[in-house]
Ligand binder design. Structure first.
Ligand SMILES: [Zn+2]
Length: 472
C-alpha cells in the first residue's frame, strides 16, 4: 500500500508540478512550459483575428523593443516574448500564457512617456513570469471549465453557448486575475522597470492616470449606453491611497540600476503622434449607436439602449436579452428573399425597399429572425436571436427598425466615418484646454478627454512650449 501511494504521488508530481519561476517553489499546475507556449501560440491566432493588429510597423517595433529590454531583466529571460499592439479602442493590456503580450492602441494616448509604456508592459510580463494565466487555466480545468478559456475568443452567436460567450468575452484573461495576482504583477513589473533603467514610480503614475481615465469613462459610458473601457489591473481605491501598492513600488526602488532613470517622453510622443483615437475607420466607427463604415459606405442605426461590440470578424449588438449581428456576403448575385429562404429555411417572410435598397426579413422561429439587404454586389445579413420568445417579441420592433435604418453614408456621416487621430503639438502662450476643446471633434466631452490625455485632469492648463496631445 505504501509503495502504491508513493507511485501515485510521483505520477501526480511528474504531470502536475512545475517550478514557479518567481517563487522558486513547486506550483500545482497541469502544464509544462512547452504546453504553456503551445497554448499561447494557439490563442495568439485567435487574439489577432478577434482584435486585428494595429497597422503601424514603426510603432510595433518600438513597443517590441521596449518590451524585449524589460523581458531580459525578468524572472524568465530565456522565454521568447512577443509584444503586439492590437487595433482596439479599449484601454487595456493583457498576457496569454507562454510570453504573448498585447497592448491596445486605445491605452497608448493616455500614457505620456516610454517609462509609462514600460510600466504597462512590465506588469504584463509579471503575469507571464509568475504564471498567473497558467494557474488560472489549471483552476478552470480542475473545475471543468477549461475549454472556455482556450476558445473564449471564438464567438459563434447563433447558439446558446455562443450567446453566453458574447457575454463572457472581456472577463477571464482580459479582465485580470484578482487583487493578489494584480499586486504581484505590479511588484514584478516595478522591479523589471528598476532593473531596466526606468523609475519604478512610473507604475504608480500609470495606475493613477488609468484610474482617472476609468472614473471619467464609466460616467461617459453610462451616458452613451456602452461598456466602460477600463484597464484590468485597477481596483476600487485610488492608487495614491493604496498603501500596499506604494509599498511594492517602494521596494522596487532599491533595485534601481540607473541614477538618472530614463523617462523617454519625446521619443514616446513621436511614436504615438498620428495614431487612431477611438474607433478604427477600417473596422467601422460607432457614433450614438449608429455604425458607420467608410470603405463599405454603409450606416445602420441600432436601438438606443443596446450595446455594440465591433470586431474585425463581426458586429454584435445586445440589450442583455437579445442579440443582433451584422455580417457580409461578398460577390452576391440573386435577391435577399431567396437567400434567406435558402439559408435559414421556411418562415414568415416579408420583402421591403428602404433607402432605394432591396431587403427582406424572415422570422425563423419564435425567438430568432434573419434579415438581408442588397447593396451593389454585397449582401448584408442581420441575424437576431433572444433568450426567450417573450424577450424576442419585446425586441422585435427594435430589430425591424434597425434593419430598415440601413443606408449608404450621407456626407456628414462620411466625415464621421473617417475616425479621429492623436496630434502632438507645441502649446502656445495663452492656449487653454477650453480653447482646444471648442475646436475638437470630440463634442461635449472634449474638455475632459483632452485633460485626461495630457495628465491635466480635472483643472490643469497647458504650459507654453510643452508638447500637448490633441484629437483631430
Ligand atoms: Zn494585470
Amino acid at each position: 500500500m505504501k509503495s502504491g501511494l508513493l507511485v501515485l504521488s510521483m505520477v501526480a508530481c511528474l504531470s502536475g508540478c512545475a517550478m514557479n519561476p518567481v517563487s522558486g517553489k513547486q506550483d500545482f499546475v497541469m502544464m509544462s512550459e512547452s504546453d504553456e507556449i503551445a497554448l499561447g501560440k494557439k490563442s495568439d491566432i485567435e487574439v489577432r483575428k478577434e482584435y486585428g493588429v494595429y497597422d503601424s510597423p514603426l510603432l510595433q517595433d518600438y513597443v517590441d523593443k521596449v518590451g524585449q529590454r524589460l523581458a531580459k531583466n525578468s524572472h524568465r529571460p530565456g522565454l521568447q516574448y512577443h509584444f503586439t499592439v492590437v487595433d482596439s479602442p479599449e484601454v487595456n493590456a493583457f498576457a496569454l500564457p507562454g510570453g504573448y503580450i498585447y497592448i491596445t492602441r486605445g491605452i497608448l494616448p493616455y500614457l505620456d512617456s516610454e517609462a509609462e509604456l514600460a510600466a504597462v508592459l512590465g506588469h504584463e510580463i509579471g503575469h507571464v513570469t509568475a504564471r498567473h494565466a497558467v494557474k488560472q487555466y489549471t483552476a478552470a480545468t480542475a473545475a471543468g471549465i477549461g475549454v472556455q478559456i482556450a476558445s473564449i475568443f471564438v464567438p459563434e452567436i447563433n447558439t446558446q453557448a455562443g450567446y453566453n460567450l458574447v457575454n463572457v468575452t472581456g472577463s477571464a484573461l482580459l479582465s485580470g486575475y484578482g487583487r493578489e495576482h494584480e499586486l504581484e504583477a505590479d511588484r514584478l513589473g516595478s522591479a523589471y522597470l528598476a532593473k531596466t533603467g526606468y523609475d519604478p514610480h512610473a507604475m504608480m503614475d500609470v495606475l493613477s492616470i488609468l484610474k482617472e481615465q476609468e472614473q471619467f469613462d464609466i460616467a461617459q459610458a453610462k451616458l452613451e449606453h456602452r461598456e466602460p473601457r477600463g484597464y484590468h489591473g485597477l481596483f476600487a481605491s485610488h492608487p495614491d491611497s493604496d498603501t500596499r501598492l506604494q509599498q511594492v513600488v517602494g521596494e522596487a526602488s532599491k533595485l534601481q540600476a540607473a541614477s538618472h532613470p530614463v523617462e523617454g517622453r519625446r521619443i514616446y510622443l513621436e511614436h504615438i503622434n498620428g495614431i487612431i483615437f477611438g474607433d478604427s475607420p477600417s473596422q467601422g466607427v460607432v457614433r450614438n449607436n449608429e455604425f458607420l463604415h467608410e470603405k463599405l459606405d454603409i450606416a445602420i442605426q441600432f436601438p438606443e439602449n443596446w450595446t455594440i461590440k465591433n470586431s474585425p470578424k463581426q458586429l454584435v449588438a445586445t440589450n442583455g436579452d437579445a442579440v443582433m449581428s451584422l455580417s457580409l456576403v461578398d460577390a452576391f448575385q440573386g435577391n435577399p428573399s431567396d437567400y434567406l429562404l435558402h439559408r435559414f429555411g421556411r418562415g414568415e417572410l416579408t420583402s421591403f425597399r428602404s433607402s432605394g435598397l432591396e431587403g427582406a426579413l424572415l422570422f425563423v422561429s419564435e425567438k430568432s429572425a434573419a434579415g438581408a439587404i442588397k447593396m451593389g454586389d454585397k449582401l448584408y445579413v442581420v441575424r437576431a436571436a433572444a433568450k426567450s420568445s417573450i424577450a424576442f417579441s419585446d425586441a422585435r420592433p427594435g430589430i425591424e427598425k434597425t434593419l430598415h435604418s440601413f443606408h449608404p453614408l450621407t456626407d456628414i456621416e462620411k466625415r464621421l466615418a473617417r475616425g479621429l487621430r492623436i496630434s502632438v503639438r507645441k502649446a502656445n502662450p495663452g492656449d487653454t484646454y477650453e480653447a482646444y476643446a471648442s475646436k475638437s471633434p470630440l463634442g461635449k466631452n472634449a474638455l475632459g478627454y483632452l485633460r485626461l490625455l495630457n495628465h491635466a485632469y480635472p483643472d490643469g492648463e497647458p504650459h507654453p512650449g510643452d508638447a500637448v496631445k490633441l484629437v483631430e
